[in-house]
Design a protein around this ligand. Structure first.
Ligand code: CIR
Length: 261
């Protein structure tokens, strides 16, 4: 196993702050319970470690409610990193906060500049290409800047569409194998995964589509028994973690870390 999209040695996470209860959300499902979220976050870090990650655990940021969702602040590729420019204005300072930590790990770091915007949650790197969904948080200008940085380095960027009403492209899909995507039906129906094998999450379990693969382990949200069964039967080592609190502010398994080769 040496595929760069599923083989990692490190991960970056950020400890949650009590201000996470003010996190952005598309619907009001109540505020997250901080103590429960903190416990869930620790279990997530432990699962990454058990999967082989050397985890860089960044300190909590007490004035940035969504800072626990580090994925949106940067794209980490095998050969370089790109600092994002979040479409959510309140999340801009998170990039400034993580910049030095990214620069400690990567020799080559690019930075998206305004007025373009793009968030890591809209980007799926599959090894053979970088899929980027346009959304409320990611615009064509942001994708064009990303392509300008990485295409001269041999990466291919393909613009796709995040389904309407869905926060991020990866809210609805994940990489399971280098050629296999776990996706919701609504996203797969757009045809964007025509060149891949697609596993569709069973109806009613759409939120299970956001999971991560870290080396040989799949880390998914608990509470989706049909998806768990499907992935386990396919032979994967699957870890299920409670995500009830992050889900209240639209966070899933991928948002909580940056995975690094
Ligand atoms: C937000 O709305 O920005 C956060 N409350 C949730 C971010 C989730 N991130 C992700 O899907 N990559």
């Amino acid at each position: 196993m040496s595929d760069p999209a599923i083989t990692f040695s490190k991960a970056i996470t950020r400890r949650p702050s009590a201000c996470v209860k003010h996190g952005l959300r598309s619907e009001d499902a109540g505020d997250p319970d901080f103590l429960r979220l903190e416990r869930d976050h620790q279990a997530y870090v432990d699962a990454l470690k058990a999967a082989g990650a050397n985890v860089v655990e960044l300190e909590a940021l007490d004035d940035l409610p969504d800072a626990v969702f580090v994925e949106d602040t940067a794209l980490c590729l095998p050969d370089c990193a790109i600092l994002m420019r979040p479409g959510a204005e309140s999340r801009g300072p998170e990039v400034t906060q993580i910049s030095d930590d990214i620069r400690k790990i990567f020799e080559t770091v690019f930075e998206v500049s305004g007025p373009a915007y793009i968030e890591g949650g809209d980007i799926l790197y599959t090894g053979r290409e970088i899929l980027v969904g346009t959304s409320e948080r990611t615009d064509h200008a942001g994708i064009a800047q990303l392509a300008g940085f990485v295409e001269p380095r041999g990466h291919r960027v393909r613009t796709v569409k995040t389904p309407p009403g869905v926060l991020h492209f990866k809210t609805d899909c994940s990489l399971v194998e280098t050629d296999t995507i776990l996706s919701t039906q609504r996203l797969a129906s757009s045809g964007c995964f025509a060149d891949y094998k697609v596993l569709i999450v069973p109806e009613g379990e759409e939120a299970a589509a956001n999971m991560i693969r870290f080396n040989n382990t799949l880390i998914m949200s608990a509470g989706f028994p049909k998806t768990f069964q499907m992935l386990s039967t396919a032979g994967f080592d699957v870890v299920q973690l409670n995500n009830s609190e992050c889900a209240k502010i639209d966070g899933g398994m991928s948002c909580l870390s940056l995975r690094i080769a």
